[in-house]
Write a protein that binds this ligand. Structure first.
Ligand code: MG
Length: 387
């Protein structure tokens, strides 16, 4: 069985834990409105006012004038993320993080030792709460796709199990928009055919879906039947480290996209350093509102794990696309691959010692502390012009 663990309003929750007086206030973490920043995370109280992540901070403040806006402290969230992973690792080595606050866990081989996946997920949830004072929502299911839907269904503080013999009963009543890859355009086509729920979709012949959506239709058919064969890939075995964000609404604004890309870059660079990896290739993934997906990559002369260098490369790739006039984006992703094996082994040796781990944390703090859509963007931009 697979567990999908997803922290609730992660950045905001970590901030509130540090300042309990903010507990019932609308809190968001993000860049300033003056700096054309965006919201990186919003507490559930703030969400009641319509504040969402990837929303321009100026819009968020209009919707919620009492919003407590805090700058991003990436080092603080990175430390919390490390602690959460240490709890996961008590139960399985097969952990595939999707970001600082989200991961898949394959507990198939751990069940004999610790009890069922549900028992393991309950224990992890409890330990995260007791030891870290943070809340994680859990989805427990036979595969990644189902576990991810499950963790989201009952948020915040969710716990949803999809038993092997309940897969179809679980999926059928859900709207098709729950499926990976059903955005505005695909959704509209389905609506026109009278397809609203996953049960409606499941009743379509595979051929019809292929006719409407091509290869993507084939995938939709599989998902509607609860089929997803992708394994959980532990991060130290991964050939690349990447992160992506799917937007609630398609985004065209270049400043917002750049700020989101910076947030992704910070997370990916942090994960590279955490695993002592240096990569040579920076890749961008763009999915448009019509569901077309393109990737753009650029290779560096030297492998790196430095936020600044990766950001410089990634933002230039994005700028080039924006300059060509692209449609609004449904998804933005970035990753680093082409790991330098020499640097890798050298760094993991160093990384093993406690002193170096402290150094690494300092370095993260130096690199990226409190910058999200603010100073660092401006600095990167002036750096651009200087070249
Ligand atoms: Mg989360």
């Amino acid at each position: 069985m697979i567990i999908h663990a997803d922290m609730d309003a992660f950045y905001a929750s970590v901030e509130i834990r540090e300042r309990p007086e903010l507990r019932n206030r609308p809190v968001a973490v993000g860049g300033s409105a003056e700096g054309r920043g965006v919201i990186a995370a919003a507490s559930y109280t703030a969400r009641k006012f319509g504040v969402r992540s990837a929303m321009p901070t100026s819009t968020a403040l209009k919707r919620c004038p009492d919003l407590v806006l805090l700058p991003v402290h990436m080092s603080l969230y990175a430390e919390a993320s490390r602690q959460i992973h240490a709890i996961f690792a008590r139960y399985t080595p097969l952990i595939e993080p999707l970001s600082l606050d989200e991961a898949f866990l394959d507990v198939g081989a751990s069940e004999r030792l610790f009890g069922s996946a549900v028992i393991i997920a309950r224990r992890i949830k409890q330990e995260v709460h007791e030891e870290l004072e943070l809340v994680v929502s859990m989805g427990v299911a036979p595969n990644k796709f189902l576990a991810k839907i499950a963790s989201d269904l009952d948020k915040p503080d969710g716990f949803v199990e999809v038993a092997v013999d309940r897969v179809q009963a679980f999926l059928d009543p859900l709207p098709v928009s729950r499926l990976w890859g059903v955005g505005r355009v695909t959704g509209a086509t389905l609506q026109k055919q009278g397809i609203h729920t996953i049960a409606d979709l499941r009743r379509q012949p595979q051929a019809a879906l292929r006719r409407w959506f091509g290869k993507h239709g084939q995938q939709l058919w599989h998902l509607a039947h609860g089929i997803d064969k992708r394994p959980v890939v532990a991060e130290h075995e991964a050939k690349s480290i990447s992160h992506e964000t799917t937007f609630a609404r398609d985004i065209a604004d270049p400043e917002t996209l750049r700020a989101v890309l910076l947030g992704l870059t910070e997370q990916v660079a942090w994960r590279l350093r955490r695993h002592g990896k240096c990569g040579r290739t920076v890749q961008l993934k763009l999915r448009f509102d019509d569901f077309r997906t393109v990737t753009r990559a650029r290779s560096l002369r030297d492998a790196t794990d430095a936020t600044q260098i990766i950001w410089h490369t990634a933002s230039r790739l994005l700028d080039r696309e924006l300059a060509q006039g692209i449609p609004p984006l449904r998804l933005l992703g970035m990753g680093v691959s082409g790991f330098d094996e020499g640097a890798d082994s050298r760094q993991s040796d160093l990384f093993a010692s406690a002193a170096t781990e402290g150094e690494a944390v300092d370095r993260i703090a130096d690199d990226i502390n409190t910058r999200f859509g603010g100073k660092m963007l401006q600095r990167a931009r002036s750096y651009h012009k200087g070249r």
